[in-house]
Design a protein around this ligand. Structure first.
Ligand SMILES: Cc1cc2nc3c(=O)[nH]c(=O)nc-3n(C[C@H](O)[C@H](O)[C@H](O)COP(=O)(O)OP(=O)(O)OC[C@H]3O[C@@H](n4cnc5c(N)ncnc54)[C@H](O)[C@@H]3O)c2cc1C
Length: 389
């Protein structure tokens, strides 16, 4: 059992940290205020070759694993970029996994190479307004029309769709009532987000992460060439599942990063702020929540990286990836809350940044899967309870 990163993994972390050092809290506060996508940051990360860390070497990637991708995501979040930074590249890091695993050699060449170079930006169209977490209930449909499909429907919460030129899209190709199981009849496409067929990309005003847009996307006859179908028609749900565990690992790693920077800010402030003639950090009522957060964050981190190493070793990791994401998001949320309270009134002021961390960490509690559904999954799959959802 080895809990340390290898020298190569530490080198990845240090190199990404050097890029992040150019984008300080002031930069991210400005993006959180003006809502501009952090194009310069993304270009820097792409030019370092980091987007392809977990992609095959044959297509310009580094051929490393989800562990290294998680190190990158965590380093970005922990720099203070939080999800404003991490979400801007998150999809490029993990999103193409179904293409990597189930795509043809021609598709991998065509789809992965520009993604790794940062020339293409991909969004992820799964969630729908009337289906929620019950993914098999989605109603967006892709109908065959000669050598292509026509997509009609609506996606919800599609992040980065304002600027993305590609979409990994889940759509029904066989009506649910004609399928033996609801998980069948769904297909996965990686295709152009062509504004002729995606007739509206409407940004959702949201609580935080203003720099990385999230949208309702309306499809009215989006033309998808048949060669953009990933794997076999009707098996998209199974392909999608393949990418879910790495995504939970990345979100968990990012949450720990947010928690750590919140804790650092709180600890610095507690040492410096003098009230009643002594640093506030001299009071155990200030120390203990911070110490508890440290313990919770580091324990969550072990679960996140255990899941990553299981995935990279080709082992089942569903329970660990879900548990890691759950523990990390909860620990990070509590760390952010303690950071705000440690700052007193200044915790509520934007110039101290911890209020932004709190708004962004909420995303990790909700997406891509909620706390409730994670606990239901663990109850069912680990503890043998009847399925409740
Ligand atoms: C900022 C942001 C970015 C996002 N980006 C993307 C993206 O890029 N692409 C994408 O496809 N999606 C994206 N999402 C969507 C996200 O994955 C969903 O919001 C999430 O999966 C929850 O689905 P929902 O919002 O429809 O909740 P609902 O399914 O409506 O659930 C609402 C609440 O009810 C609870 N609940 C529902 N059923 C049960 C049950 N059986 N037992 C117990 N509790 C239950 C849930 O846990 C939740 O708390 C994003 C969301 C956010 C907030």
């Amino acid at each position: 059992m080895d809990f340390t990163f290898s020298p190569e993994q530490e080198a990845v972390r240090d190199a990404v940290a050097r890029i992040c050092a150019k984008y300080d809290d002031t930069y991210w506060l400005a993006r959180d205020t003006d809502g501009e996508f952090p194009e310069d940051f993304v270009a820097d990360i792409a030019s370092g070759g980091w987007l392809g860390i977990a992609m095959p070497e044959a297509y310009g990637g580094a051929g490393l694993g989800v562990t290294e991708a998680a190190i990158i995501a965590q380093t970005i979040a922990e720099s203070g970029a939080c999800l404003s930074g991490a979400s801007s590249i998150h999809m490029n890091l993990f999103g193409p996994m179904p293409v990597v695993v189930f795509g043809t050699a021609e598709q991998k060449e065509r789809m992965l190479v520009p993604l790794i170079k940062g020339e293409d930006r991909c969004c992820f169209g799964v969630t729908e307004p009337d289906a929620g977490l019950n993914t098999t209930a989605i109603s967006t449909r892709a109908e065959k029309a000669g050598d292509h499909y026509l997509v009609h429907g609506r996606k919800m919460w599609t992040s980065t769709a304002q600027t993305a030129n590609k979409i990994l899209l889940l759509a029904r190709t066989t009506p649910k009532e004609d399928c033996a199981k609801p998980t069948e009849g769904l297909s996965l496409f990686y295709t152009d987000l062509d504004r002729g067929g995606a007739t509206e990309v409407r940004e959702i005003a949201k609580m935080g992460r203003k720099a990385v847009d999230t949208n309702a996307v309306f499809f009215d006859g989006l033309k998808v060439p048949k060669e953009n179908l990933i794997g076999e028609e009707g098996k998209g749900f199974h392909y999608l599942l393949h990418g879910l565990n790495p995504e939970r690992v990345l979100i968990g790693a990012e949450a720990v990063g947010i928690g750590r920077i919140a804790l650092k800010k709180a600890s610095d402030y507690a040492r410096e702020r003098v009230v009643f003639g002594r640093p506030i950090g001299q009071n155990q009522a200030i120390q203990h929540p911070l110490a508890k957060s440290w313990a919770e964050l580091e324990a969550a981190n072990l679960m996140v990286f255990k899941a990553a190493s299981l995935y990279d070793a080709g082992q089942p990791c569903g329970a660990e990836a879900n548990a890691g994401k759950y523990l990390a998001a909860e620990a990070a949320f509590h760390a952010c809350e303690s950071a705000i309270l440690t700052h007193g009134g200044m915790g509520y002021a934007k110039e101290f940044h911890v209020e932004r961390y709190m708004r962004e960490v909420m995303i990790a509690r909700i997406a891509p899967v909620s706390r409730e559904l994670i606990l239901s999954f663990i109850a069912e799959r680990v503890l043998g309870q009847p399925k409740s959802y």
